[in-house]
Design a protein around this ligand. Sequence first.
Ligand code: HAM
Length: 416
Amino acid sequence: MINSLRGFRDILPPESTLFAAVEAAAREVFALYGYQELRIPTLEKKELYVKSTGDTTDIVEKEMYAFTDGGGREVANRPEGTPGMVRAYIEHNLGQTGRNAKFFFIGNMFRAERPQAGRYREFEQIDAEYIGNPTPAADAETISMLIKLLGKLGVEGCSVELNSLGCAECRKNYRATLLEYLRARRERLCEPCQGRIERNPLRALDCKIDGPWLSAEAPKLQLCPACAEHFSATQRLLGAAGVKYNVNPNLVRGLDYYSRTVFEVRSTMLGSQDAVAGGGRYDDLVKSMGGPAAPAIGWGLGVDRLVMLLKDKPAPDTAAKTFVIAASKEAGDKAFELMTALRAAGISSDFSSFELSLRSQMRSADKSGASFALIIGEDELKAGTAAVKPLKEPGEQVIVPLQEAPARIKALLEKK
Ligand code: HAM
């Protein structure tokens, strides 16, 4: 027996139906906001993530499924969607189509983190990226679209944490101040932070060990007038869109490309892995990856975590509506034709094995979740009919001509 890898899961029914429901709701919401689907590869050059996600991030330093392939190429399974989306935007000149570059992507990501509830090594993300709009309206639209999706799914009790990391200029001054502060307290920092503060001091604020005391004690980022105006306009528009949020100056996010607005949607129902979604602006990334100067904003939503919040909601019923039973081999051929006719009429249909006893087939029908059993016994075979037996509600068995069966079943299902 070979088991699955730790941190890699099978998503079984009915949970799988919740994943599909989330994806379907996301597609509807994306259409409402003018987003188009962009599908990107699972495997990319490793350097794509080193350059964009950032070589001082946990994702790139410790968590990538990176390897050298048979041809000696350094590759990595995508740990997040944004770098691939930006690469595709640049590679295919998607800024020049004349349409808004608003793209979504639904797919699995890979991070070699320590598995726990809500944290997996392969997980699904819904990713939204809006490239080319620098204005606060894009920030407010992107965040309110995320809230719209959560609302559509009936998710309650989430908070929106909002912060601004300022532009490169704001951070240049702040970086120097913070670095000086951290250097003076080097011995209080955890080992990884001691190693990374010289390369990226802001990362210490995001550290699980040092973040809490630093956020209380360390100097705070001061926004330049343009960034301050952008942040307050974003808040004003979010308010106008009816989105409630908390300004959280400790929110840093664990990826290197962010500037200005960053946000996270958190739920207290999720334990320690409480971020359902996170995102922010990345105004310099496209240019730094060799593309045009195209300010952008986006988010990634963890579908596995969202589904944890939906578990108490009834899962969609995926059972076939009809279950077909036959008393003999000959009746079995007719039953097979009947299933074809039912499906052609849009009625879902299932069976067990026409070679089993009637009793055994009936037991399977009872367990199947179907609304009606359609039985072709010896008498029905001779008469060209089927017996229709209600399975979910008490009711008389009726005999219907085989040819009329799909229409009659349809009428019965509509009456329910
Ligand atoms: P992220 O915060 O790294 O952002 O991930 C987004 C979401 O993916 C998280 O809020 C969480 O729900 C989910 N997630 C992350 N790691 C795991 C895991 N190991 N197991 C289960 N779920 C997980 C990004 O990935 C950015 N690319 C988002 C973005 C898009 N920013 C701008 N555009």
